[in-house]
Design a protein around this ligand. Structure first.
Ligand SMILES: NC(=O)c1ccc[n+]([C@@H]2O[C@H](COP(=O)([O-])OP(=O)(O)OC[C@H]3O[C@@H](n4cnc5c(N)ncnc54)[C@H](OP(=O)(O)O)[C@@H]3O)[C@@H](O)[C@H]2O)c1
Length: 288
């Protein structure tokens, strides 16, 4: 079975690449912007038609949440036009599509974890473009799954874990928001889950939504404290409210996703956030 992974150099793409060797039954091809610009529809069409993957995992996205506020056209192009185009090509070539979306499609005003069926209300350019991407895929009647995830971190690229370690060492004092609550997701765990469910996704005849994050619920403040503690970095962390830390894009105050559906449908268990954080930090320390 041939699997094409777009966004192959990003956090999730790199995590899939790292684990690919554990799945010799699949032939993987990883591509990123340097290989093929996904906004170039004719080229993308020819590429997929020639490679003919059974499954396409689209990890490519415009993920600069704050930058998107002043660059909405670029965000819309990668986060909405591209998924719509990929879905069209996948439908025409009989390819199953696995696409990634975000907890930011919700406004974060809930009092309990969000279900896949809950009403969406995106509150930033990034969030609106990602929701539009979901809708464009659904319009195409392509088969596969959309996985909404949140607070993604890994050994690769830029993310909260790496930033807190760097800034914590440099400054010895940080201010981190305590009134935004969610669940971190180690990209290695999400990648493993995607690879484990491939044999079932190949038989999907519809497009379905799922939620995936690590287990547990914390604030960014708690997360920063744990990152520094597990990294052995001595640094004071001051909890601050979102109002004291304004950003161009609004973040949902509560973005916990309910994962019952993905766990039950695919019979998978999901690691606890702190166990996964320990794994990621051990890998980061080992690569120093
Ligand atoms: N990061 C998070 O906290 C988070 C949270 C919730 C959901 N998600 C979703 O999870 C998925 C994976 O996120 P991630 O953190 O792994 O993303 P990432 O590290 O930013 O990787 C995205 C990749 O897509 C590539 N890309 C961008 N525009 C492209 C284009 N026009 N053609 C081809 N490739 C292009 C990027 O290349 P360049 O780097 O060269 O631009 C990058 O390698 C995304 O759908 C994201 O929206 C992420």
């Amino acid at each position: 079975m041939k699997i094409l992974v777009t966004g192959g150099d990003g956090q999730l793409g790199s995590s899939l690449k790292k684990l690919a060797g554990d799945y010799p039954e699949y032939v993987f091809k990883f591509i990123d912007l340097k290989d093929l610009d996904l906004t170039d529809f004719p080229k993308v069409y020819s590429f997929i038609e020639a490679f003919r993957p059974e499954i396409l995992v689209n990890c490519a996205a415009y993920t600069a949440v704050d930058k998107a506020e002043s660059d909405p056209d670029a965000a819309m192009s990668v986060n909405a036009d591209v998924p719509g185009d990929l879905a069209k090509i996948c439908r025409e070539t009989g390819t199953r599509l696995i696409h990634l979306s975000t907890d930011y499609v919700f406004d974060g005003k809930s009092y309990r974890p969000y279900l896949e069926t809950d009403p969406v209300n995106p509150d930033s350019v990034y969030a609106r473009t990602k929701l539009e991407g979901e809708n464009r895929i659904l319009e195409q009647s392509v088969s596969g799954i959309i996985i909404r995830t949140a607070w993604l971190y890994s050994e690769y690229g830029q993310n909260f874990v790496k930033t807190i370690r760097k800034k914590g060492e440099e400054l010895g004092k940080l201010r981190v928001v305590y009134d935004q609550t969610g669940s971190p997701t180690y990209a290695g765990d999400l990648a493993r889950a995607i690879l484990e469910i491939l044999p079932e996704v190949i038989n999907f005849q519809t497009m379905e939504l799922f939620h995936y994050t690590n287990e547990g619920v914390i604030s960014w403040y708690d997360f920063a404290k744990a990152i520094l503690e597990l990294s052995g970095i001595s640094c004071t962390v001051e909890p601050v409210g979102t109002r004291a830390y304004p950003t161009p894009a609004t973040r949902p105050p509560y973005s916990v996703l309910d994962k019952t559906k993905i766990k039950e449908r695919f019979d998978i268990s999901i690691p606890y956030w702190k166990d996964s954080l320990k794994e990621c930090i051990a890998n980061l320390n080992a690569s120093r």
